[in-house]
Ligand binder design. Structure first.
Ligand SMILES: Cc1cc2nc3c(=O)[nH]c(=O)nc-3n(C[C@H](O)[C@H](O)[C@H](O)COP(=O)(O)OP(=O)(O)OC[C@H]3O[C@@H](n4cnc5c(N)ncnc54)[C@H](O)[C@@H]3O)c2cc1C
Length: 427
């Protein structure tokens, strides 16, 4: 790892839209800024492939300004493993490890897809919707494959568009939200003309693909791999032949690092004040970590967090109205795509819920809490550390994850034993 400086005035974790905006705002102060991301390229989920190649002009502008700034250092392919003492984080790269120290920290660690289990969801050929999009953007070939896109939220349209562009035959888009709610959401897009334009463009590109609202996948079927999906539509079951089923039920914030640092959470997101300050001194959070709201909200929050971390409150306050505008959009989004109760009842006793440890729905029904299930079944104790089944058990059984385990992701032993300090979770 070429770490020219392991001590930063402002250290930003996550190089998605929120992190890039935070680093850009903080850099204006002349302070030393570090920006860490575990991917080989900056850009986060939406500008995957590098902000310089995105069609969004804001991505290119941020990228070129940050690349030119002499006081900004990018640390890519660098994964945060754990906090190790006051104002210090242990990180790992593909071939080394280091301790990064900071005066102020901005968490911009984004979100991940929510996956819900249903019979057959572990068959080869079944993926998350955003997961498939990421694979395809990374070069996975889908040309000529029949793909069913299902789940909930506007991401389904973006995924279908990416798949269509890469030559897939998108069989249908299956959205669980009912039409009246979707219509209200569409009408309210008049308040956000850029989103309205995006939605109209997407709908026109996807006009030949059947769009089923008020519908959901109840099972995936096939012998050794997926052959068809069972879809419930208006109460009736239909079978749709497909090679790939891409199914995701919206997004959920990545809370692990914030929780390890002792930041309070509220309604499944990091709690922040109007300056994007968390409950911990000198730690800020921006973007999807504070709640799901899309790229525009992530950029506004990132700008506020970056300016505040650099002590420029007047500049931070200039982004308040923009943030409020996109927070209102986020609230409408959450209301429109709230999950229907039927999705909690899809699993049969044999359906695997924790894929890492092969724990079934039947086994989990014997428990009343996440902790009890973990202790008795190893649910959530495999390599993903509950990142997939944690979101599912929250919906299926109303459980909340009560602790974060360090390191945050599987790590080399040498990255831990070579660290000056051992993991310290703040509670
Ligand atoms: C799978 C997926 C696909 C999406 N596709 C689209 C789309 O096509 N169109 C659209 O409008 N929106 C899409 N979104 C939503 C979009 O990501 C957000 O609206 C926006 O990008 C959020 O920006 P962010 O900066 O908050 O987070 P992100 O863009 O998610 O960036 C967070 C970054 O932090 C990094 N990170 C997290 N933890 C660590 C750690 N411990 N160490 C180091 N780095 C870390 C992550 O790798 C990531 O690069 C997608 C979301 C997901 C989850």
């Amino acid at each position: 790892m070429k770490t020219h400086c392991a001590h930063f005035d402002v250290l930003v974790i996550g190089a998605g839209p929120a992190g890039l905006a935070a680093a850009h705002s903080a850099a204006a102060s002349g302070l030393q800024i570090g920006i860490v991301d575990d991917n080989p390229l900056a850009g986060g989920q939406i500008w995957r492939g590098g902000p310089q190649h995105s069609g969004d002009a804001r991505a290119g502008r941020l990228w070129s300004a940050l690349r030119r700034a002499p006081n900004v250092q990018f640390l890519l392919q660098t994964r945060v493993l754990y906090p190790c003492g006051p104002n210090a984080l242990r990180v790992e790269t593909p071939d080394s490890s280091a301790t990064l120290r900071y005066e102020r920290l901005v968490l911009a660690t984004g979100a991940r897809e929510r996956l819900l289990p249903f019979p057959g969801w572990t068959l080869a050929g079944v993926t998350g919707a955003g997961g498939l999009q990421a694979l395809v953007k990374g070069g996975w070939p889908v040309a000529g494959k029949r793909v069913l896109v299902a789940g909930s939220g506007p991401l389904l349209l973006a995924v279908a568009a990416t798949l269509q562009e890469r030559g897939a035959n998108v069989v249908a888009i299956v959205e669980q939200a009912p039409l009246p709610r979707l219509a209200r959401f569409a009408l309210a897009l008049l308040a956000t003309p850029t989103k309205l334009k995006q939605a109209l463009q997407l709908r026109s590109r996807l006009k030949d693909i059947p769009y089923f609202s008020n519908a959901y996948v109840s099972a995936a079927q096939g012998d050794t791999r997926l052959q068809r999906a069972e879809v419930v539509r208006g109460g009736k079951r239909t079978l749709l032949d497909c090679d790939v089923l891409a199914c995701g039920y919206g997004l959920m914030p990545n809370l692990e690092l914030a929780s390890a640092l002792g930041c309070a959470t509220e309604h499944g997101a990091v709690a922040v004040d109007r300056w994007q300050q968390t409950s911990r001194p000198a730690i800020f959070c921006a973007g999807e970590g504070t709640g799901i709201g899309g790229v525009d909200l992530a950029l506004a929050e990132g700008s506020i967090a970056g300016h505040t971390a650099a002590g420029a409150l007047a500049q931070a306050a200039q982004h308040s109205a923009e943030r409020a505008h996109w927070q209102a959009f986020a609230a409408r989004l959450a209301k429109a795509f709230v999950l229907r109760p039927e999705l909690r009842r899809l699993c049969d006793e044999q359906t695997i819920v924790c894929r890492c440890e092969d724990v079934s729905h039947g086994e989990l029904l014997q428990h009343r809490s996440w902790r009890s299930a973990k202790l008795h079944t190893r649910c959530g104790m495999g390599p993903c550390q509950g990142r997939i089944c944690g979101g599912a058990t929250a919906i299926l059984y109303g459980w909340s994850q009560d602790a974060v385990r360090l390191p945050l992701s599987p790590a080399r032993i040498s990255s831990i034993v070579n660290g000056a300090s051992q993991p310290t979770a703040v509670n």
